[in-house]
Design a protein around this ligand. Structure first.
Ligand code: 13P
Ligand code: ZN
Length: 269
């Protein structure tokens, strides 16, 4: 019996990734999650002394020496995490010199953590410098925010203001705005380090023509942030995409009323 399947944070990751898949944010292996966990959260469920194998890191992270993260596996499908957590997730401890990660649990069918690991660790580093309660980095491919980058300028201030203007709650949920990186090849140290720079100042990063990454103090908070950004983008795509807005103007309404011999409410046209 794998006790880790009973670990509350593993169960929570299973629930949230199922939801993300159901919402269409994480097709196939799209997206990845990492959660910084305290040793006390996992010690009752796994032998932390036993190292299964070492996983390479293209960029060393000595500041995380001895720290534990649960990370989705590269090529793994969000839809399968709840059913088979040990195959699709890994628990890692960063080595003492930060040069690699020790696999403590998971990736039972082989493989390694997400190809976006440098973006994840870089984002954790920058967000922890701002907020000691920070824990979660969540990357997904929600269709509306991704679509918006096809039809909207790649300008983070303009994008933020457009999203704020879509629904009243947006500015309440992300007053700190949305950052954006122009299109880059993904899954490597270059985009990882460029992304980490953005997280010095933002909790939300949009990758043009790719997706969105958010951070938070827990899974719910990160999920809620992404949900709100995606809602704003959905409204934009429904009402404003396409550059030009066409509307039935007053003179046209009057023409319809004349044609149908109607009297629209007095003074409203
Ligand atoms: P991984 O399967 O390596 O996590 O990659 C998915 C992804 O979304 C890349 O940006
Ligand atoms: Zn992606």
């Amino acid at each position: 019996m794998d006790k880790m399947t009973k670990c509350p944070i593993v169960k929570e990751i299973g629930e949230i990734t199922s939801n993300m898949h159901r919402l269409g944010w994480n097709e196939r292996n799209g997206g990845n999650i990492s959660v910084l966990v305290d040793e006390s959260e996992i010690r009752p469920f796994v032998n932390t002394k036993k190292i299964i194998r070492d996983l390479p890191l293209a960029v060393p992270f000595p500041e995380f020496a001895g720290k534990y993260f649960i990370v989705t596996g590269t090529g793994k499908y969000f839809k399968n995490i709840k059913k088979k957590p040990a195959e699709n997730l890994g628990l890692i401890r960063i080595a003492d010199d930060g040069s690699c990660a020790h696999l403590i649990w998971g990736y039972t069918a082989g493989g390694s953590y997400t190809s976006e690991i440098i973006m994840h660790l870089g984002a954790h580093k920058q967000r922890l410098a701002i907020d000691p309660n920070h824990r979660v980095v969540m990357h997904a491919h929600p269709v509306n925010i991704l679509s918006m980058t096809h039809v909207f300028p790649w300008d983070e201030k303009k994008l933020t203001k457009e999203l704020w203007s879509t629904c009243t709650e947006c500015i309440v949920i992300f007053p700190d705005g949305v950052s954006l990186l122009p299109w880059m090849v993904s899954s490597g140290p270059e985009i990882g380090l460029a992304s980490a720079e953005k997280f010095k100042d933002f909790r939300i990063l949009v990758w043009a023509l790719h997706g969105c990454t958010v951070t938070g103090t827990n899974l719910d908070e990160a999920f809620g942030l992404l949900e709100t950004v995606e809602k704003g983008a959905e409204i934009y795509m429904k009402i404003r995409s396409g550059g030009e807005r066409h509307s039935i103007e007053d003179d046209m309404l009057k023409a319809i009323a004349d044609d149908f011999n109607l009297t629209p409410r007095e003074g409203w046209l």
